[in-house]
Design a binder for this molecule. Structure first.
Ligand code: ATP
Ligand code: MG
Length: 402
C-alpha cells in the first residue's frame, strides 16, 4: 500500500533520511520509533508530499506519490502532525471539518461528523465544538488533531506522536480506542511514537530508525525476541519479558469461572463457597461486581458482614481488553494476587491471577528458548497453594478483624 524505495532527504550536510526502503501493507499499522532527530517526521512529511525527497521514490496504492493530485492525496491521507497545528481562527468543529469541507460535504454532515469524532477521542461534543484552540490544553488540542486526521475517513493515516501530550490514563484509553477502530476499519497506518510500550501495543510491525536509517523492521514479537543489535536491545529495554505482556489481552488468559456468590445470598451459601477458596467475588442481581468475601477474616471469628469488602470496579478490576501488563501492574499496586475482570457495565466476567501472568511470560520465554528467572519459579510454587484466588500479597495482617 505504501512503498518507500531508497528514499533520502538531505538538508545541506544533514542527512535527515538515508536510503530508506520500507513497505507498509494494506490494513497494517507500521510504528516508526527511534531517537529524536532520526528522521521520523521527515519520513511522514515526504509520504504526505509536504516535502520532496532528495532521491528515491514513494508509491501509494500503486501510484507515484509525486504524481498524485492534491485532491486525491487529501482524500487518501489523514495526517495528525506532531505540533498539532490547529487553525487558531477556527473553532474546534471547523478545525475537525477542514478536509471534509474541502471535499464539499454539507453543513449538517460536517457537524455530525465533528460530534461523532469528539466522542471518539473522549471529549464532550457540546462542550468542545465551539471552543477555539487557545482555549484547549495541549492534550485536548492533540486529540482534536487526531479527530481532524480521521474526519474524511481516509484509508491511510499518518500520525506523528498523536498521543504524546495526553496524560497516561487517557493515553491508555486512546490507545485502546485506536486498537478497536483499527480492528474494525483496517486503515493503513504509519504511526510515530517515542513510547516503546505504545509501539508494542499498537504495531503490526515496528520500524526502528537511527540517524535516518532503518535498523530493524519486524513484528513486535520478533523485535522483543531477536533484536538485531545492541542499539535495538537497549532501545527496547531490559524488561522485555514484561513488555511482551503488553501484547496479550486479559481476555485471552482470564479464568472465566471465578468463585462468585450473589450478594443477596444467605451467609450459609457464602460460607460453603469460601470453604473452597479463600476469596469469593460478590455480585449483585445483574452480575455486577460489588465486593468480595475473605475466608481468612472469617477464621478470625468475624461475622460474614465483617469479612465483606466493598469494591469499586474502577479501582479493583480490569477490562477484558486491557493488556496483561496493565493487569499485573494493577495487581501489584493493590497488593493482590489476582484481579477481577469486568465489562464496561461492571459485570464480572473472569479473573486473572499472578499464575496466569507467569504462564504467559513462561510461554514466550520458552518460545525464545530461555528459562524463566529462578525467583519467578519459586514465587509460583507459593502461589499454587489453595489460596490462589485474590490472595493478598500482604496477607499476614489479614488473620483477624480486631
Ligand atoms: N527543514 C530542515 N532543515 C534542516 N534540517 C532539518 C530540517 N528538518 C529536519 N531537519 C533535520 O533532520 C533530522 C531529522 O528530523 P526529524 O524532524 O525527521 O526527526 P524526528 O525523528 O521526527 O525527531 P523527533 O523525535 O524529535 O520529532 C534532524 O537532524 C533535523 O535537525
Ligand atoms: Mg518528529
Amino acid at each position: 500500500m505504501i512503498h518507500l524505495d531508497g528514499v533520502t532527504k538531505r538538508y545541506g550536510d544533514t542527512v535527515a533520511v538515508d536510503d530508506l526502503t520500507l513497505d507498509v501493507a494494506e490494513g497494517e499499522v507500521c510504528v516508526l520509533i527511534g531517537p529524536s532527530g532520526c528522521g521520523k517526521t521527515t519520513t511522514l512529511r515526504m509520504i504526505n508530499r509536504l516535502i520532496t525527497p532528495t532521491s528515491g521514490r514513494i508509491m501509494i496504492n500503486g501510484q507515484d506519490a509525486s504524481e498524485l493530485k492534491a485532491e486525491e492525496l487529501r482524500r487518501s491521507l489523514g495526517y495528525a502532525i506532531q505540533s498539532v497545528g490547529l487553525f487558531p481562527h477556527l473553532d474546534v468543529a471547523a478545525n475537525i471539518a477542514v478536509v471534509p469541507r474541502l471535499l464539499g460535504w454539507d453543513k449538517p454532515r460536517l457537524r455530525g461528523r465533528a460530534r461523532e469524532l469528539l466522542e471518539l477521542v473522549g471529549l464532550e461534543p457540546e462542550q468542545y465544538m465551539g471552543k477555539y484552540p487557545r482555549q484547549l490544553s495541549g492534550g485536548e488540542a492533540q486529540r482534536i488533531g487526531v479527530a481532524r486526521a480521521l474526519a474524511a475517513d481516509p484509508p491511510v493515516l499518518l500520525m506523528d506522536e498523536p498521543f504524546g501530550a495526553v496524560d497516561p490514563l487517557n493515553r491508555g484509553r486512546l490507545q485502546g480506542e485506536f486498537a478497536r477502530i483499527q480492528r474494525d476499519l483496517h486503515k493503513t497506518v504509519v504511526f510515530v511514537t517515542h513510547d516503546i510500550d505504545e509501539a508494542i501495543r499498537l504495531a503490526d510491525r515496528i520500524a526502528i530508525m537511527r540517524d535516518g536509517r532503518l535498523v530493524q523492521y519486524d513484528t513486535p514479537e520478533t523485535i522483543l525476541d531477536n533484536p538485531v543489535d545492541h542499539f535495538v536491545r537497549d532501545f527496547v529495554g531490559s524488561d522485555r519479558a514484561l513488555k511482551r505482556l503488553v501484547r496479550v489481552p486479559v481476555r485471552d488468559v482470564m479464568d472465566t469461572a471465578p468463585p462468585v456468590a450473589r450478594r443477596s445470598a444467605g451467609a450459609k451459601e457464602m460460607l460453603a463457597e469460601v470453604g473452597r477458596t479463600r476469596f469469593v467475588y460478590l455480585v449483585d442481581e445483574q452480575g455486577r461486581l460489588t465486593g468480595w468475601l475473605d475466608r481468612a477474616q472469617l477464621k478470625g471469628g468475624c461475622t460474614v458482614e465483617d469479612a465483606l469488602s466493598d469494591a469499586d470496579p474502577a479501582q479493583v478490576a480490569v477490562r477484558p481488553d486491557a493488556s496483561l501488563k496493565e493487569a499485573l501492574s494493577r495487581m501489584l499496586g493493590l497488593g493482590f494476587r489476582s484481579i477481577a475482570v469486568v465489562e464496561s457495565d461492571g459485570r464480572l466476567v473472569g479473573q486473572v491471577t499472578l499464575g496466569s501472568v507467569e504462564g504467559a511470560m513462561t510461554e514466550s520465554d520458552e518460545h525464545q528458548g530461555a528459562r524463566p528467572a529462578e525467583h519467578m519459579a519459586e514465587y509460583s510454587a507459593e502461589d499454587t497453594s489453595d489460596d490462589s484466588v485474590l490472595e493478598s500479597i500482604a496477607s499476614d495482617d489479614q488473620g483477624d478483624c480486631t
